[in-house]
Design a protein around this ligand. Structure first.
Ligand SMILES: [Ca+2]
Ligand SMILES: [Ca+2]
Length: 130
């Protein structure tokens, strides 16, 4: 079944709102202000809730994407989108499904699949234990 961007918008917003409520006590709503922020998976397929942190579960030190996000005022800017924070050859926008840096808050990103972590260099092999 193929859904157009217009038909998945209500579902996308509902998911954003639901997850925002679930995580609001534990994490700032930063995952909501970057495209596909709630849907980033690590290389083993687990959801990354600590986007911007070295620890994928959040807290502690920031990775370079987190530092760049903070420098951008915790906002999705064109400069942040066009940057390759982790140096893996893909821009932050490309990794997060906004390769043309056109995403706007609460909008549907141009791509919602093949989302990768802009704070982790995806060129290094990993061993998945689970
Ligand atoms: Ca990158
Ligand atoms: Ca990456």
């Amino acid at each position: 079944m193929h859904l157009s961007n217009n038909s998945i918008l209500p579902v996308y917003l509902l998911v954003l709102a639901a997850v925002g409520v679930l995580v609001s006590d534990a994490y700032p709503p930063y995952l909501l202000v970057v495209p596909n922020g709630l849907f980033v998976r690590d290389q083993c397929g687990s959801i990354v809730v600590g986007l911007g942190h070295i620890d994928p579960l959040g807290g502690g030190l920031n990775n370079q994407f987190g530092l760049d996000f903070a420098a951008a005022g915790h906002a999705w800017t064109k400069e942040l989108c066009e940057k390759d924070s982790d140096g893996d050859g893909r821009t932050n926008g490309d990794e997060l499904g906004d390769p043309d840096c056109e995403w706007m808050l609460l909008g549907v990103p141009s791509r919602t699949e093949s989302i990768t972590n802009p704070g982790v260099n995806n060129n290094f092999p990993v061993i998945c234990l689970f």
